[in-house]
Every structure is written in C-alpha cells, then in structure tokens.
Design a protein around this ligand. Structure first.
Ligand code: GDP
Ligand code: IMO
Ligand code: MG
Length: 424
C-alpha cells in the first residue's frame, strides 16, 4: 500500500502539474482532493503543452487511472470541455476517469456570485470560477452534488429551491435581474447523460486499490498559503490544499498516507491580492516574471514575483508534514549574480520565532535576507544533480537548510526530461 500526497508549498503555481506528470509514471492512480477549475496545472510533453484544470495531471499517462474526489467542486461544463480537449489530442478518459458521487457541482449562480461579490470592498482577486460560493453552499448544506445527477426529479427540485433563494439575493442585494430557472434546469438535466458513466464510490474504490497493493498519488491544487485554515486568510481559496485535505477530500484515512511531497518554486509567486513579504514590485520583479513566464495558467493574469522565502516554506513543511521536496524553476535564477533568500521576519524590531499567518502582521513584517552567489550559467540541459554547477548546489543546500526540507527532485525546465532525482 502506498498513498502519497503532493502539495504546493507556497501560493500555488509551483509546478505541481509537471511533477505529478513525472511521478505518475510510478503510480497506478492519481486523485485530486480539493479546489476546482480555479487550478491550472501545466504539463509539457515534447513540444505540446496541456493545461489541466479539473482532471488530475496523471491523465496524460495512458496506464494511470484518475479520480476526482469528494472534496473537489466540479463545474460540469468545464469538465466536459476538458474531456473533449483531451480527446481532441487523442487522449481517451473512458474507463480511467472516475468522479466521486459526493463532489459538489458548481452552478451558474456560483460563478455569477463569485464575480459580483468581488465588486465589494475586499477584493480577493479570485479566478471567478465560482469556487467560494460553491463551498459556501456545501457548508450551508444547500449544495447540489454529483449524486443528484442520478435522480432527475430530486435534481430539478434542488435547483428550483436554490435558484429561488439565489435570485432573491441577486435581485435584492446586488440589483441583478436574476437567472433563468428553466434554462438552468434544462442545462443540468442534460449533464446527467454525459457524466453518469464517470460516477463512482471513490472512498471504496481507493481503499480497495490500496488493499490490493496499488499506489495512489493525491494531487493538491493551489498551495499551502491559499488554504482557508492555514493560509493568509481572507486572501485564500475556500478549500484545504494542505495535506490534511487529502484525507477528507478523498476518503483515504491518515493512517494510509506514507509520504508528503512539497512542490517548492525556487523563488516565490502569488496571483491575486494579499500579503507577500518578499514581493519585488520594481523591475527586479518584472525580470523574474519575464524569465519565469509568470502569467496565470487559468486566467492569464501576471503573477506577482519575489525572492525565495525560506521562513514561509518552513511553515509549509510543518503544516503539511513534507517528507521530501521537489524544487522547480531553478533555471529561472540562472541570470543573477547575487540571489536573495528570506530567512526570517522582523516585526517591531524583533525577529519572529513562528510564521505569522495573520494578514495585518504579515503586511508589517520586514524580511531578513541573506545573499548567496548566483551561478550565471545555463542549467536547462543538466540531466543529473552532478551536472549542476557547484554554486547551484550551494543555493539548493542553502534553501533546504533554512526551510528544513529534504530536496529529492530538481526541475530545470518545463519539459519531462528537464527533471532529475537527487540521490546524495
Ligand atoms: P501548477 O499550478 O503548480 O501546476 O503550476 P502552473 O502550471 O500553473 O505553473 C508552472 C509553470 O512553470 C508552467 O508554465 C510550467 O510549464 C512551468 N514550469 C514547470 N517547471 C518548470 C521549470 O523547472 N522551469 C521552467 N522554466 N518552467 C517550469
Ligand atoms: P494552481 O492549482 C495560484 C488564488 C486566486 C485568488 C485566490 C482565491 O494552479 O496552483 P478562488 O478562485 O480560488 O476563490 O481564488 O486564490 N488561486 C490560485 N493562485 N494558483 C492556483 O491554482 C490558484 N487557485 C486559486 O488567484 O488569489
Ligand atoms: Mg497553476
């Protein structure tokens, strides 16, 4: 039995999709456990680029079974479009994509409320995919789930009840004309035909697979600091991307998880609003954005960029129980004579002992930097740890030491072959 969780250790977009693709060669099953089509996971195979939003990145390997767990919120339209896109590339999902009956459905009113509520005073900078409003309904116990697609009368009843309330809200609070109930009922009754064949009792399926000795990789979306409980609240997403979410989001118990891989970008990025102590708002940040091609895979927004924050990643290690780390995008730092790394924070003249997730504190901290030598040479064709220049190895050692992580994988470019294991 082997269940491994893969988490983003920063604010998302660490290169999870690429590493899932690499690792899935060794796994039988890859399962998503939270989030929805807010995620954008990029995988490059040869010159072809695939961006996956809902379907686990393991789908690109034909022997891998992919599962969408109960913790995920599913936009059926986005799901069917993604399946069609994969099929247009000759990748069939039939017989190897399964969806939990307990996953919640994103409805048109979730997407509308997501964009309307962003017009208020506190703008989070969401992806507009309806994620927050869908999780609100889940926890308010008003949500509509995948299982409801199997009972047309029940589905129609739930949609009508929900829409009555949502239209009241839209009209009275947001002065919006409201949504057409009949059109939504018709649209969602249609999804039943297309989606039924993927529905599965996911906890039973995954636990039985583990009983049979199969291996499961649990693919996190977003990142630790976007976690609704452990992130920079309220500038977070509405789910638990941290490793604990992998259990509640799939039905695999904690006692069956044996390792947690943290995906660590060699510098830091963030999309959307919220604190970011090591952000570079000047031309240095622009340089990182251009070299790293830091533009959102889902929304195309420019990502905010900054130096590596070891204090942040050390918190991530603690919260997730990271047993080993994959460092990505190391090649992006090849043009720097000196590279800064944040090793701690000062607040009101005192060095903090523990990482503050409180937004007011985080907005006021001063990062403590140490400067290390850059390596100033192209590393994109390195194929082993030994190939790396000694100063690149020193950088890896430095960030590993200050974050408390054990680096097992290094990525020096977006392609499969630009990845290697560190065996020292
Ligand atoms: P995810 O959301 O964590 O899966 O990450 P994204 O796919 O949103 O963003 C990562 C971006 O970096 C994608 O465009 C990847 O193709 C790219 N990428 C991944 N690893 C590397 C790497 O080691 N070097 C470079 N230059 N690009 C990488
Ligand atoms: P992957 O899986 C980076 C950010 C949004 C916003 C906040 C809330 O590709 O790493 P939401 O739409 O979830 O309510 O938005 O979270 N966000 C991400 N940032 N990568 C992601 O996913 C993200 N998914 C959501 O930009 O700040
Ligand atoms: Mg992404």
């Amino acid at each position: 039995m082997s269940a491994t969780v893969l988490v983003g250790s920063q604010w998302g977009d660490e290169g999870k999709g690429k590493i899932v693709d690499i690792l899935s060669e060794k796994f039988d099953i890859v399962a998503r456990y939270q989030g929805g089509a807010n995620a954008g996971h990029t995988v490059m195979i040869g010159e072809k680029q695939y961006i996956l939003h809902l379907i686990p990145s393991g789908i690109l390997r034909e022997n891998v079974i992919c599962v969408i767990g109960n913790g995920v919120v599913i936009d059926p339209q986005a799901l069917l479009e993604e399946i069609a896109l994969l099929e247009s590339h000759g990748i069939s999902v039939d017989g190897r994509l399964f969806i939990s009956q307990n996953a919640h459905l994103i409805m048109p009113y979730h997407k509308l409320l997501d964009s309307i509520s962003e017009l208020g005073e506190q703008k989070i900078g969401t992806t507009g995919r309806g994620i927050g409003p869908c999780y609100i309904d889940k926890y308010a116990r008003k949500g509509i789930r995948i299982v409801d697609l199997l009972n047309r009368a029940e589905l129609e009843k739930k949609i009508r009840i929900n829409l009555k309330e949502k239209n009241d809200l839209l009209q009275k609070i947001y002065s919006h004309e409201g949504l057409d109930v009949e059109a939504i009922v018709k649209q969602y009754l249609e999804f039943d035909k297309a989606i039924d064949k993927y529905i599965k009792d996911v906890p039973a399926f995954l636990n039985q697979a583990l009983d049979e000795g199969k291996s499961v990789l649990l693919e996190g979306a977003q990142g630790t600091f976007l976690d609704v409980d452990h992130g920079t609240y309220p500038f977070v997403t509405s789910s638990n991307p941290t490793s604990g979410g992998a259990c509640t989001g799939t039905g695999i118990p904690p006692t069956r998880i044996d390792s947690v891989i943290g995906i660590v970008k060699a510098y830091t990025t963030r999309v959307g609003n919220g604190p970011f102590p090591t952000e570079l708002t000047d031309e240095e940040g622009e340089k990182l954005r251009q070299i790293g091609a830091e533009f959102g895979a889902t929304t195309g927004r420019p990502r905010r960029c900054g130096w590596f924050d070891a204090f942040l990643v050390s918190y991530s290690k603690m919260i997730n129980g990271i047993t080993s780390a994959a460092v990505t995008k190391l090649d992006v730092l090849s043009n720097y004579e000196k590279i800064k790394v944040c090793v701690g924070y000062e607040l009101n003249g005192r060095r903090l002992k523990t990482f503050p997730t409180n937004v007011e504190q985080l907005n006021s901290v001063t990062p403590i930097y140490e400067e290390v030598d850059g390596w100033m040479e192209d590393i994109t064709s390195c194929t082993s740890y030994d190939d790396l220049p000694s100063k690149t190895k020193d950088y890896l050692d430095f960030i590993a030491k200050h974050s408390g992580i054990n680096i097992s994988i290094v990525s020096v470019g977006p392609k499969r072959k630009q990845t290697f294991w560190v065996d020292r």
